[in-house]
Each structure stands twice: as structure tokens, then as C-alpha cells.
Design a protein around this ligand. Structure first.
Ligand SMILES: O=C(O)CCC(=O)C(=O)O
Ligand SMILES: [Fe+2]
Length: 380
């Protein structure tokens, strides 16, 4: 495997051992590896993290069980019934940059009560309770996912402090972007990417996009390749699963508040080929930031050491890419950016609960290919 620790334009993704961050002797090496990944790659594999192997194994065990439930059971908890964009989506019920993603998925979050009340901004309602299948149907499922979320959340809270240190900042440099835990919610997804079929010829598992918030931790829960990240030359670099690791990447929000020092790298998923007998499974976990945080507020500007700024400038400009971008960070509070992103991805939910956003982003109504795909599903 080529050495990516020094190259500016990556051709593979560095593997970083989290346990090196826990001892004073090895921490400087950990931080230097992290610094390179933050500035030059925007992706890394993390091994030996604090998330327990048995907790990961439980989640993996439930993936085929959940997606194997009868369609009617999954439809009972469909996202279309949740103003918080929580719950199940059938294959193809999601758009990235207007194009259909062929993945079936279940969105769930850390336990949370919506803080929205009449008169509040619409985006206060973006976080709220998850929808789980009846315990009788899938015993232990909710508990397994909530245990996983709690451990993933602890990990991102530690990681964001290490990110600050890797950029020569105090450990708490990013704490201003988070409320107390009871006012925060992080999002998890169970995702199933079926092989390409006759009906659905597209291999877009999920189209080119940037993640939105700060950190993403991704569990590749089967042996399928398919995840790819775009390097500075615009080439798509494979991120094949490596057992015992998470893939970590950085969202547009973190790129914004670090003035482009940290890369939010564009990525996509190619579906398994038609010759594959099994689906690809993954479990992304997205670290959100405070709904009220305005990243463009001058009071939120962070001063970086000169040598860090020089490393960014030496890297060169990021490739312009036609992907979902979250440019609204320049003007809107974080919660609104999140709500707009969700409305564009899940137009049926926006149409029902956020009609003002639906009209703005879908002035001609639900796109034909979105409706057509719904028909394919009804037929099959
Ligand atoms: O499934 C994957 O491997 C990646 C998914 C992803 O990038 C996303 O959901 O934002
Ligand atoms: Fe992503």
C-alpha cells in the first residue's frame, strides 16, 4: 500500500491507531498522523477505538434481521410519518443532488425529545424521537442501537478534542459549537445497498456528496467495496472495508469553521454489481453541532497557528465538484442547514411537514423519477 503520510494528493486512506492517543509517549505520533489526515485527505481508518467489538457485532447481527422484516413492518415506521426525519425508507426513496440513491435505510438517533413549540424556528423540530419496530418483532434491536449510539457519541466527543490538538488548538476549541448533551442529538443510519438489478440499472448507492456537520464515523458492516473518496485531482479512491476499523471523515461544518484547513472530502458509494449475491451494509454515525450555532458569526472565528495555515496553503485548492455542498452555512444557523439538507434528500417528508421548504426546493412537485421509483417498489 502506498505511503500516504506525506503525499498531498492521496491515493489511499491512512490507518490510524486510536490507542496511540491514550499514552503520552505515543500521542505526538498519533496527532501528527491525524493532522495529515485532516488537512490532506479528509478521511482515515481508525483502529482500536473505544467502541466495544461486541457492541459493533450486535449491530452487524441485526442488520440483515432488520432489513429482512416483512415490508409492512418496515413501512409502519416509515420516515414519511416523522417530522424529525427518523425511521425507515424504502429503496430509492432518497435523492442526492436530485438523483435517486438506491439504498434502503433506517435513520435513528440518540434518545431526544423535540424542543420545538409554536413560534419557534422550524429547524428546532429536526431532532426528535426515533421510530423503532415493536420490541416483540425484533427483540433487543433498540437496545443494541442505542448502546452503539452512546459509545459512538463518546468516541466523537473525544475525537473532536484530539482534532483540536492536532491543529495546535486547546482541546476545547470546538466546544462552543455544542450544547449540553441533553440538548444535542446525533444521527445514526442502518444502510443496505442491494446489487444492481434489471429494474434498477443505476449503480448509484449514494451519489457524490459532502457530509454536513463535524465528524462522521462509518462502520462498513460487510465485506463489499463501493465507498470512494475524491482526491485533489478529482480521482475516485477506493475505501475498502478493513476489519476492526471505522472510517472517519469530516463534514462541511468542520471545514467551514477551520477555514478550509480540515478537508470535507467528497465521497460516494457504488452499489454491488449484479453478479453479487449479497447486499453491502454500512452504519454511518453523524456528529451534529448545536442547532443555533451560526458558523459564519465572527465571534466563532478560530485563530490557527501560522504553521497550520501554511500546511493548508501548501496542500492547494480543493477540487470543484458537482456535489451536495451545504453552502447555506455562510448565512444560516446550523439547524436550518440540516433541515434544508434533509428536505432535499427526502422530498416526501418535506412536502408533508415543511411545505414552505418543499415549495422552495421542489417548485414543480415531487420529481418524476422519485415517483416512478415508488411505483417500481409497489410493483415488486
Ligand atoms: O454507506 C457508506 O459507506 C457511506 C454512506 C455515506 O456517505 C452517507 O450516508 O453520508
Ligand atoms: Fe457521506
Amino acid at each position: 500500500m502506498p505511503d500516504t503520510t506525506t503525499t498531498k494528493d492521496f491515493t489511499s486512506i491512512p490507518v490510524i491507531d486510536f490507542s496511540l492517543s491514550t499514552s503520552p509517549e505515543t500521542k505526538p505520533f498519533f496527532l501528527s498522523q491525524l493532522q495529515n489526515a485532516l488537512i490532506n485527505v479528509g478521511f482515515l481508518y481508525l483502529s482500536n477505538s473505544t467502541v466495544e467489538g461486541k457492541v459493533v457485532d450486535e449491530v452487524k447481527r441485526y442488520l440483515p434481521k432488520f432489513f429482512g422484516l416483512p415490508q409492512e413492518e418496515k413501512d409502519k415506521i416509515q420516515m414519511g410519518n416523522s417530522p424529525h426525519y427518523m425511521g425507515y425508507n424504502r429503496l430509492g426513496a432518497e435523492l442526492t443532488k436530485g438523483e435517486t440513491d438506491f439504498r434502503e435505510q433506517f435513520d435513528f438517533s440518540t434518545p431526544h425529545v423535540s424542543r420545538w413549540k409554536p413560534g419557534d424556528p422550524d429547524f428546532y423540530n429536526i431532532w426528535g424521537p426515533s421510530q423503532y419496530p415493536n420490541e416483540r418483532i425484533l427483540p433487543g434491536f433498540q437496545n443494541a442501537l442505542e448502546t452503539y449510539l452512546a459509545q459512538a457519541w463518546d468516541l466523537v466527543k473525544e475525537l473532536i478534542q484530539l482534532v483540536a490538538e492536532a491543529l495546535g488548538l486547546p482541546r476545547d476549541a470546538f466546544s462552543r459549537f455544542f450544547d449540553s448533551d441533553d440538548k444535542m442529538s446525533c444521527l445514526g443510519k442502518l444502510v443496505r445497498y442491494p446489487p444492481v438489478t434489471q429494474d434498477i440499472k443505476s449503480s448509484q448507492g449514494v451519489g457524490p456528496h459532502f457530509d454536513q456537520g463535524f465528524l462522521t464515523i462509518l462502520l462498513q458492516a460487510s465485506d463489499h467495496p463501493g465507498l470512494q473518496a475524491q482526491n485533489l485531482s478529482g480521482e475516485w479512491i477506493d475505501i475498502p472495508p478493513i476489519a476492526g476499523t471505522f472510517v472517519v471523515n469530516f463534514g462541511r461544518g468542520l471545514e467551514f469553521v477551520t477555514d478550509g484547513i480540515i478537508r470535507a472530502t467528497c465521497h460516494r458509494v457504488i452499489s454491488p454489481p449484479s453478479t453479487s449475491n449479497t447486499p453491502r451494509y454500512s452504519v454511518p454515525f453523524f456528529q451534529n453541532i448545536s442547532l443555533d450555532a451560526r458558523l459564519s458569526d465572527p465571534r466563532n472565528k478560530i485563530e490557527f497557528p501560522d504553521e497550520i495555515i501554511q500546511l493548508r496553503d501548501a496542500r492547494g485548492k480543493l477540487v470543484d465538484t458537482d456535489a451536495v455542498n451545504f453552502t447555506e452555512f455562510a448565512t444560516e444557523p446550523s439547524g436550518k442547514v440540516l433541515l434544508i439538507g434533509r428536505a432535499k434528500s427526502h422530498p416526501n417528508v418535506a412536502e408533508r411537514y415543511y411545505p414552505h421548504l418543499f415549495e422552495r426546493y421542489f417548485p414543480n412537485g415531487l420529481p418524476d423519477h422519485f415517483k416512478k421509483n415508488a411505483e417500481i417498489q409497489v410493483l415488486s
